[in-house]
Design a binder for this molecule. Structure first.
Ligand code: IPM
Ligand code: MG
Length: 358
C-alpha cells in the first residue's frame, strides 16, 4: 500500500520550492524506490484566501490521515492586518499543536562546498554539524493567558505567558538525548535560569532525565551566552535543546553559519515519530514568484522525512548525496552564490533530480 503524504505549499515562495521537492519525490517514485501518494492542500494565507481560514478542517483532516506532511512556508505582508486568529502563522501553529508535533529537529550542517558562503571565517564553520532540538508546542507561543488589555488609566498592555509543565520538558529532553545517542553524545540545554522560574524547572528536569542517559554529557548555557557562542565557536556544540522561542531565534543564527537559511530543513515530530517537514526559512515575499528561491532546504526536508518518518535511510542518503553533487558541480542559487553566477529555483531542482538519476 502506498504511503500518503500531505503536501502543503502555503504562501510566498512556498509553492515554488515545494514544486522542486515534489519532483524529487516523483523521481524516487518513478524508479520504484518509493511508493507514495501525494495529496495537496491549502494552508496559511493561501487557505485564508480560498476559504477564510488559515487551517481549514479539510487540510487538518488530510494531515491527520497522512503518514507525513511536507510544508513550504506561510505568511505575507498582505495578511498582517488580519486579526491574529486568521493570520497565516496561525495555520502553521495550529497544525503543530493539533498534531502534537512537540519535537522540532533543526540540523545546521555546513556543506564544505559552501564554506565561503558563510559570513564567518571558513575555519570557524568548516565541519559544522549541530542539531537544534526545539520544543514546538508549548512555552510562550501557546501559553495562556495572552492578549492586549486596557488598563484602568486607559493605557494598553500586551501580555503573554511562558509556561512549561514537567511532562513537556521531560519529553523534549528525551528527544534531545535520543538524538544525541545517535550523534556526538553531547547535549547543551539552553535556558535563562538566572532570571526565569520556568528555566529553573527546565534545568531540574533536564538533569533528572539525563540520569537515564549516562553516556550523554549534559551541559547548560544561558541563552544570551549561547547566541554568542554560536557565532564565536559553533563547533563546541553537538545537540542543543531549548524552549520554543529560544529555539526559533537560535536556529536562525545557526542557519546563517551554514551560509544561507535557504539550506536548512527541519522535522517536527510527535511521540510516535509521525512528522511534518519544512524548510526553516519563511515565505520570503520579496522574491516570491521570481524563480530565485533556494529549493534545497525543502529538498533536504524530504530527505529528513524519509529518514525519520518513512524509515528509508538509504533514500535519504541518496538525496543528501545528490544535493552535495550539485554543489560540487558549482550549481548555486543566488543566496549561496557569494556574488557569483547563479541558477533558478527550477534549475536547481532539475539538477538534483538529474544527480539522483545518475
Ligand atoms: C519558524 C517560523 C515560525 C515560528 C513562524 C512562521 C510562526 O519562524 O518555523 O521558525 O516562529 O515558529
Ligand atoms: Mg523562525
Amino acid at each position: 500500500m502506498s504511503t500518503k503524504i500531505a503536501i502543503l505549499p502555503g504562501d510566498g515562495i512556498g509553492p515554488e520550492i515545494i514544486n522542486e521537492a515534489v519532483k524529487v519525490l516523483e523521481c524516487l517514485q518513478q524508479d520504484h524506490s518509493l511508493d507514495v501518494e501525494l495529496e495537496t492542500a491549502a494552508i496559511g494565507g493561501a487557505a485564508y484566501d480560498e476559504s477564510g481560514s488559515p487551517l481549514p478542517e479539510s487540510t487538518l483532516n488530510l494531515c491527520k490521515s497522512a503518514e507525513a506532511i511536507l510544508l513550504g512556508a506561510v505568511g505575507g505582508p498582505q495578511y498582517e492586518s488580519l486579526e491574529r486568529e486568521l493570520r497565516p502563522e496561525k495555520g502553521l501553529l495550529g497544525l503543530r499543536s493539533e498534531l502534537e508535533l512537540f519535537s522540532n529537529l533543526r540540523p545546521a550542517i555546513l556543506y564544505p562546498q559552501l564554506a565561503n558562503a558563510s559570513s564567518l571565517k571558513p575555519e570557524i564553520v568548516s565541519g559544522l554539524d549541530i542539531m537544534i532540538v526545539r520544543e514546538l508546542t508549548g512555552g510562550i507561543y501557546f501559553g495562556q493567558p495572552r492578549g492586549i488589555r486596557t488598563l484602568d488609566n486607559g493605557e494598553k498592555e500586551g501580555y503573554n505567558t511562558l509556561v512549561y509543565a514537567e511532562h513537556e520538558i521531560e519529553r523534549i529532553a528525551r528527544s534531545a538525548f535520543d538524538v544525541a545517542m545517535k550523534r556526538g553524545k553531547k547535549v547543551c540545554s539552553v535556558d535563562k535560569a538566572n532570571v526565569l522560574e520556568v528555566s529553573e524547572l527546565w534545568r531540574e528536569v533536564m538533569v533528572r532525565v539525563s540520569k537515564e542517559y549516562p553516556e550523554v554529557e549534559l551541559s547548560h548555557m544561558y541563552v544570551d551566552n549561547a547566541s554568542m557562542q554560536l557565532v564565536k565557536w559553533p563547533k563546541q556544540f553537538d545537540v542543543m535543546v531549548t524552549k520554543n522561542m529560544f529555539g526559533d531565534i537560535l536556529s536562525d543564527t545557526a542557519a546563517m553559519l551554514t551560509g544561507s537559511i535557504g539550506m536548512l530543513p527541519s522535522a517536527s515530530l510527535d511521540k510516535n515519530g509521525k512528522g511534518m517537514y519544512e524548510p526553516i526559512h519563511g515565505s520570503a515575499p520579496d522574491i516570491a514568484g521570481t524563480n530565485k528561491a533556494n529549493p534545497l532546504a525543502t529538498i533536504l526536508s524530504v530527505s529528513m522525512m524519509l529518514r525519520y518518518s518513512l524509515n528509508k535511510t538509504e533514500l535519504a542518503d541518496r538525496i543528501e548525496q545528490a544535493v552535495s553533487d550539485v554543489l560540487d558541480q558549482g550549481m548555486r542559487t543566488e543566496d549561496i552564490a557569494d556574488g557569483g553566477s547563479f541558477v533558478s529555483t527550477q534549475e536547481m531542482g532539475d539538477a538534483v533530480v538529474n544527480a539522483l538519476k545518475a
